[in-house]
Design a protein around this ligand. Structure first.
Ligand code: BG6
Length: 498
């Protein structure tokens, strides 16, 4: 990779210290980044390079302290208002002179502009860069490339996402835009693709023929820490988690095998699944969606409505459960049970494929034709905090009679002894620097996901769908169990020790 510059707009925000710098540093320490990498922090705050580096000290994990001593010299600060083209001139001079100091020609240096900014600044920032012609580059060239990483949220509904896509496409080609969803950078999420497409045994089972229902649960114990309520009250679980992370996981679980691992081959298949998600009518909402807010409880003295920054009359959901349907040949009629919420009793993310029960219970059925009372087979993809895969099946309990009991085949990432799994941002930053867009979201994917979510939100606005409650520290409202009606079982309980 030729010399690269990573320009972080909004570098005073906590994402920079929490994720971006430690991830770049780790890549550097592991030799994945060349030692001519330059990282430029940009924001309106005035500070020296040293001040910025010193501020970041606090975010550096102990294991990376040695590498940090070398890496911090690669960081410089540039005070600028990203939406102001004149300030961008100042930034351009800063970048050019850094390149020249390293003996590189500025036009040959690759530049990654990372928008860690409030969404309202995405368009003005890209526009200001365009005024200075700082985004121009030759398509497909390995040198002098210009790319833009856009953080979430990407719009607040279909209309705003479409407008943002159109605005960005005025100044950039699609292949220059890297819309980030950090769930795609998680090893265990990527493993969905390898499990499905590098093993021949799962794919023949991976359809309505053998799968009765699929569950995707993203459960969190965190609530509205710090000033989170101010943002969250405008977003809710649907926009904050369902539209992006949950639907991205769903698209990987449900997509058709791609013809290759090229970014567009994969993204073409993902967008087809999102397009096939049934958009609910106002009537469907009552049967297919449950929304709820947490209330105070023995484990938390404040309910959602008492949180800082939250409107005391807010109807914003901190929990959503959906019985989603994918109208295509592979999945027609198979409910995809989606669930995410804050202030729950357990933190875990898991995908569960519930396979159909055998047609007859030959061993235990008192009557001929009885259906097997136990569901033998379940494939669980443990995304976090436990990372692994579990396949359950029934075995005969030793002894008299034919009594069945569960057994499990399992794999744990921790058994691989490869150390900690890398942070999602570490992988994603490297991919963006290398121009690999596979784990980034294409414009049409974002729009398809919003179409599904907008239908739910529209239904809420035009129906009497209640906002249920659940005590903080529980697993959500009981009524969400009703979404399982017609299928066996109910929501999983996650790993034992989560
Ligand atoms: C963010 C959401 O995108 O993802 C947060 O805005 C949420 O509300 C977070 O807590 C969850 O990420 P992770 O990686 O901790 O599961």
């Amino acid at each position: 990779m030729a010399t690269s510059q990573v320009v972080i707009f909004g570098a005073s925000g906590d994402l920079t210290g929490r994720k971006l710098i430690p991830s770049l540093l780790r890549n550097f320490a592991e030799g994945a980044l060349r030692d001519d990498i330059q990282v430029i922090g940009v924001s309106r705050s005035e500070k020296s390079d040293k001040q910025w580096r010193d501020e970041l000290d606090a975010w550096i994990p102990a294991s990376l302290k040695d590498a940090w001593v070398t890496f911090r010299a690669h960081l410089t600060w540039c005070q600028a208002n990203s939406a102001n083209p004149e300030h961008m001139e100042h930034l351009e001079h800063h970048l050019d002179s850094l390149a020249r100091d390293r003996g590189a020609r500025p036009e040959e240096v690759g530049r990654l502009f990372y928008l860690a900014l409030a969404p309202s600044l995405f368009d003005p920032t890209v526009q200001a860069l365009d005024v200075r012609r700082m985004l121009e580059c030759t398509p497909g060239s390995k040198v002098g490339w210009r790319r833009v990483v856009v953080e979430k949220p990407f719009g607040v509904d279909l209309e705003s996402a479409r407008a943002l896509n159109q605005a960005l496409l005025r100044y950039l080609r699609e292949e220059q835009i890297f819309r980030i969803d950090h769930y795609l950078g998680k090893e265990t999420v990527q493993n969905i693709l390898s499990l499905r497409f590098q093993n021949a045994i799962f794919e023949p089972l991976w359809s309505r023929k053998h799968v009765e229902s699929v569950e995707i649960s993203v459960c969190e114990t965190v609530a509205m820490e710090g000033r989170r309520g101010e943002y969250y009250d405008k977003a809710g679980a649907t926009r904050d988690m369902l539209q992006n992370h949950v639907l991205q996981v769903l698209s990987l679980v449900a997509m058709e095998p791609p013809s290759s691992m090229r970014a567009d081959a994969i993204r073409n298949e993902k967008v087809k699944v999102l397009d096939a998600l049934r958009a609910f009518t106002e009537h469907d909402i009552m049967e297919h969606v449950v929304r709820a807010q947490y209330t105070s409880s023995a484990t938390r003295d404040r309910g959602y409505l008492d949180e800082y920054g939250v409107n005391p009359k807010s109807e914003t959901e901190t929990y959503i459960a959906v019985r989603a349907l994918i109208d295509n040949w592979r999945w027609s009629g198979v409910p995809f049970m989606l669930r995410t919420g804050k202030a729950l009793s357990k933190r875990y993310t898991e995908v569960v494929l519930n396979f159909r029960t055998p047609p007859l219970d030959l061993l235990n059925g008192p009557q001929p034709g009885d259906v097997c009372p136990l569901r033998p087979n379940r494939l669980r993809l443990l995304i976090q905090p436990q990372e692994g895969v579990r396949l359950s099946f029934l075995v005969k309990q030793p002894g008299a009679g034919m009594i069945m009991r569960y057994s499990e085949l399992g794999f744990d990432y921790s058994d691989l002894e490869t150390g900690e799994t890398p942070d999602a941002y570490q992988r994603l930053l490297l991919d963006a620097l290398e121009g690999n867009a596979t784990l980034f979201i294409r414009g049409d994917e974002v729009e398809a996901a919003w179409r599904f979510v907008d239908a739910i939100r529209h239904g809420w606005n035009h129906s009497s769908a209640p906002v249920h409650t659940y005590p903080a520290g529980s697993m959500g409202p009981r009524i969400a169990n009703e979404l399982y009606q017609g299928c066996e079982g109910t929501w999983g309980t996650g790993p034992e020790d989560a």
